[in-house]
Design a protein around this ligand. Structure first.
Ligand SMILES: NC(=O)c1ccc[n+]([C@@H]2O[C@H](COP(=O)([O-])OP(=O)(O)OC[C@H]3O[C@@H](n4cnc5c(N)ncnc54)[C@H](O)[C@@H]3O)[C@@H](O)[C@H]2O)c1
Length: 358
């Protein structure tokens, strides 16, 4: 069992029945426990949780529809109405059991209901284990704009049990992998080197690597919870990634990790063009991303639409687009203003690459 202390959150990595969850649940005795799941985690993860903790047998289950397209206000409204009907109060506890969609939205729902209820995350996807469940960001999307409504409130506890990965579809591992690569690229070259050797599904099931990623997220987010500086590094790949994901959300959704994978290539391209990242490092990274994520082509109209979406990015200031760039693999720099020309050239580069591969 690994314990990681983050300000305001206790994180445990290990088999759920061996964690302090039963002690935590005992401290809510007399209060209601609400478990938030989506359709998949309801079917595949809930039984293990409930059978491990008899205290949960009488808990209320809130079922969210699957998928990012449901990380929206309309679904939150339905859940808050249900919370009211069931008479849930501030002292009750919300347990979010799911991937990043469930932890982002369940955290948001709990953090604003009656001005805030306690909540715990039990992440079930690799992405949620290494990233979404840690660091206090909760939120939902607004139309094509990702995570536009949200709060920064930390889960009381995060319990990470790799047993949940047994049912995770293979493609979902690559979503988590994108965020893991991000940590290596902006912060830890040795982690990147290790990750770049991953070949099979088993490689993702690594306690040591998941722990390393969680520790990086905790270290950075504890030093800069409200993203005034250093935490911006963790947005590497997301300026392009969020806009690409948002662009596709209404028509033909792609996963967060897929969009971030392409976004990391786009932002590395800008880094290389500015003479920050060496050509060798850029090509090494591009080769890894191309073989991991299907690259997309973007028409001129589509590029314009993506640029418009980028103007809505939360990291912008004064109507300008900012992004994280790389000085080298393992060293990111934040607060770089991007010109429309650079964005266009970078997306054209991605398109040409995608065409050459098809
Ligand atoms: N708050 C943050 O700091 C932060 C950081 C990164 C990403 N995010 C958010 O996280 C979300 C993406 O997370 P995600 O990739 O986990 O998406 P997700 O929650 O939609 O999960 C992906 C799919 O896997 C299924 N699933 C989850 N666990 C499973 C399991 N154990 N077995 C079988 N199926 C399982 C889900 O039902 C879903 O169909 C995005 O909304 C993104 O914006 C938040």
């Amino acid at each position: 069992m690994t314990h990681i202390s983050s300000e305001g959150t206790e994180i445990e990595i290990g088999p759920l029945p061996e964690t302090s969850l039963s002690k935590v649940l005992a401290s809510y005795k007399g209060n209601k426990i609400i478990i938030v799941v989506d359709e998949n985690t309801h079917d595949l993860c809930l039984e293990y949780l409930i059978t491990s903790f008899p205290a949960l047998e009488k808990s209320e289950i809130i079922l969210l529809p699957n998928g990012e397209e449901n990380k929206v206000m309309e679904v939150c409204m339905q859940v808050w109405n249900a919370f009211s009907e069931y008479g849930f109060g501030r002292k009750d506890l919300v347990l979010n059991l799911g991937g990043g969609m469930v932890t982002d939205m369940g955290g948001f729902i709990a953090s604003v209901f009656k001005r805030g209820m306690d909540f715990i995350h039990i992440p079930t996807s690799l992405l949620a284990m290494v990233d979404a469940a840690v660091g206090g960001k909760n939120g939902i999307d607004l139309g094509p704009h990702k995570n536009q409504l949200g709060t920064i409130v930390k889960a009381k506890n995060v319990f990470i049990d790799l047993a949940f990965l047994q049912t995770l579809p293979e493609k979902e591992f690559y979503n988590g992998y994108a965020e893991m690569l991000k940590y290596g690229l902006v912060y830890d070259v040795a982690l990147f080197d290790e990750l770049s050797k991953f070949k099979t599904e088993d490689d993702f099931n690594r306690h040591d690597i998941i722990e390393k990623c969680v520790q990086i997220k905790v270290d950075i987010s504890d030093r800069d919870l409200f993203e005034k500086g250093e935490r911006k590094l963790l947005n590497f790949g997301h300026t392009f990634g969020h806009a690409i994901e948002g662009y596709r959300l209404q028509t033909d959704p792609i996963s967060h990790g897929h969009a971030v994978g392409i976004g990391m290539c786009a932002e590395s391209y800008v880094s290389m063009k500015r003479g920050l990242l060496s050509q060798d490092e850029f090509h090494r990274l591009q080769a890894l991303l191309v073989k991991t994520y299907p690259f997309l082509t973007f028409s001129a109209d589509c590029i314009q639409e993506i640029i418009s979406l980028m103007y809505n990015d939360k990291k912008n200031e004064g109507g300008k687009i900012f992004s994280v760039l790389l000085e080298s693999i393992g060293k990111g720099i934040y607060h770089n203003e991007l010109s429309e020309k650079e964005i266009r050239e970078s997306l054209q580069h991605i398109s040409l690459l995608a065409e050459s591969l098809n």
